[in-house]
Ligand binder design. Structure first.
Ligand SMILES: NC(=O)c1ccc[n+]([C@@H]2O[C@H](COP(=O)([O-])OP(=O)(O)OC[C@H]3O[C@@H](n4cnc5c(N)ncnc54)[C@H](O)[C@@H]3O)[C@@H](O)[C@H]2O)c1
Length: 271
């Protein structure tokens, strides 16, 4: 099977397709032969995807349920159904817990309600088609709280639990749902946060200390998304898929304990 045949006949809706991992996922799905309906609020980002006979782009705000429902209807009218949802649209803005207000509301709206809106728009169509695969974008922040990112941390934990809820509610419909949990990925979103480190070098040095495989590319995460979207992951549902270069595997301790010679002689072991 060639790369272009792997997802032939599949129709995918991708949110946040105008940038970063959503963009990389839309392009990877196209390369594998799927038809793609790419959604974003950023029309320039959508335009930059280029043109393709299996690509339709739609300006869509995921916080607006009618917008997402209309995009799903367009996918069906154009390509005959929906098999895959990749819900990548998200925002990440700093705000402390005590100040939680405007950022909290916006983050919950886009990351949680936006993901829910997209899932609600596709599930009835997937059910009618006999199944489908939903890939959501949680984060290592679903497990580890980054300081001053309270809203983001909470939103990603919510996305993960939403994904598990869909998995258990809709297995009976043949619908699978899995959450990607990336660590640091080089995208415009990560670039905005990187500014807080003062320089690119300081940012990369921090990542080198905490993420053993270093900074990820959007394309590397997109390959995991395509795997979860495809039948190759047919027994996976409700999973938190760590695409984090070892970030959550690594202890926070930066200095290894000293390695001492241990006397393993029988006398030492019994005495
Ligand atoms: N970059 C990272 O290090 C990282 C790590 C873990 C998880 N994530 C998550 O991965 C996902 C993709 O992030 P990215 O790094 O590619 O970011 P990005 O900023 O490059 O892309 C996000 C896209 O979502 C779109 N978007 C924002 N609000 C929207 C809305 N209301 N409706 C429709 N589209 C909207 C933006 O216009 C943008 O094109 C996000 O959910 C993010 O939280 C990112």
């Amino acid at each position: 099977m060639t790369a272009a045949e792997e997802m032939q006949g599949k129709v995918a809706l991708v949110t946040g397709a105008g940038s970063g991992m959503g963009r990389a996922t839309a392009l990877a799905l196209l390369e594998k032969g799927a038809s793609v309906v790419a959604l974003d609020v950023d029309e320039g980002g959508l335009l930059a995807l280029g043109s393709h006979d299996r690509l339709v782009t739609v300006r869509c705000d995921v916080t607006d349920r009618d917008d997402v429902v209309a995009a799903a209807a367009l996918a069906i009218a154009t390509f005959g159904g929906i098999d895959i949802l990749c819900a990548s649209a998200g925002i990440c803005r700093p705000e402390s817990v005590v100040d939680a207000g405007a950022v909290w509301t916006a983050t919950m709206n886009v990351n949680v309600k936006g993901t829910l809106n997209a899932c609600q728009a596709v599930i009835p169509h997937m059910r009618a088609r006999g199944g489908g695969s939903i890939v959501t974008w949680a984060s290592t922040n679903a497990f580890q709280a980054t300081p001053n990112l309270a809203a983001y941390n909470v939103s990603k934990a919510a996305v993960l639990m939403l994904t598990k809820s869909i998995a258990v509610d809709h297995a009976v419909d043949g619908i699978r749902a899995n959450a990607l949990c990336p660590g640091w990925v080089r995208t415009p979103m990560a670039g905005d946060l990187a500014e807080a480190y003062g320089s690119e070098e300081a940012w990369l040095a921090s990542i080198a200390r905490t993420q053993p495989l270093g900074l990820a590319t959007a394309e590397a995460v997109a390959r995991a998304a395509v795997f979860l979207a495809s039948d190759a992951s047919s027994m996976m549902t409700g999973s938190a898929v760590m695409v984090d270069g070892g970030l959550t595997a690594k202890s926070a301790s930066t200095s290894p304990p000293p390695v001492r010679a241990i006397d393993m002689s029988a006398a030492a072991m019994t005495g």
